[in-house]
Design a protein around this ligand. Sequence first.
Ligand SMILES: Nc1ncnc2c1ncn2[C@@H]1O[C@H](COP(=O)(O)OP(=O)(O)O)[C@@H](O)[C@H]1O
Ligand SMILES: [Mg+2]
Length: 255
Amino acid sequence: MDAITEPTNRTNHSIQLARLSPAQHSDTAFYLFEEKDTTYLVKLYLHEHGDEASLREKLGLLHWRAHGFFVPGVYHRVLPQLKNPHVVMDYIQTETLADFISRHTSKAEIYPRIRQILQSNAARHRLSLQRSDASLIHSDLHPDNILIDAESFYYIDFATPHKDKSVLELVSLEVERFMIQLLRVMGKESMPSLTELLVAAYSGQEAVLTRIVEKHDLHPCIRMVKSIRESLRRDAQIRRYQLADVFKKTMNYSN
Ligand SMILES: Nc1ncnc2c1ncn2[C@@H]1O[C@H](COP(=O)(O)OP(=O)(O)O)[C@@H](O)[C@H]1O
Ligand SMILES: [Mg+2]
């Protein structure tokens, strides 16, 4: 199959698409097809901004791969039977990080893989900050947007637009979001050990974690109101300022 960097305009009506079920979101749909013993995945954008979303997806996949980060390969393919914008990429036949974590109970199996991902994130953020390159930041990183197998992991889902913010701010938002979503899957009690892994991965680029701590350095009155509100909430989700507090403690301790 042709890599999208070398676009060809071949039209092939005979490609048989199989719906990948179950559909996870109503905004997207997924199909598979096989060619020469390889399985490809087609991601379809069903919402009104599908053209922009598919373009962002392609550019993200190409850009990250060009910088050495693991993502599915993306291909140029005309599929005339599909009326919505779509992207053809490698089908990575494995599980999401969320499923991997849910399937394992032992820290010894989960933590080395999380460390590997956090280190890769930190290397990417270093590059992104050095080059002022917001395209190396993921605007929706969570455990369902990482696929993981025995040795590697792959980032997916580049369709969400970035907010209009500085690169440092976007990096800090990615880190906060990823940690909060990881903790939803791993449980609140993992917060200290996960934070230790994070602080170690970002050693040498403390500006990222310091930015998060500073952002949530709240006035004591506001903090009190927030914690009263938290105690009334039923969900067990970690708030960003709670995460920032643990970052601060861990950073002070490791200095
Ligand atoms: N290239 C791929 N290979 C294998 N599975 C994939 C691939 N891309 C997406 N998926 C599966 O489909 C799910 C949704 O894909 P994603 O790109 O995150 O779309 P959405 O924008 O709907 O979240 C993923 O969590 C994963 O389970
Ligand atoms: Mg997704």
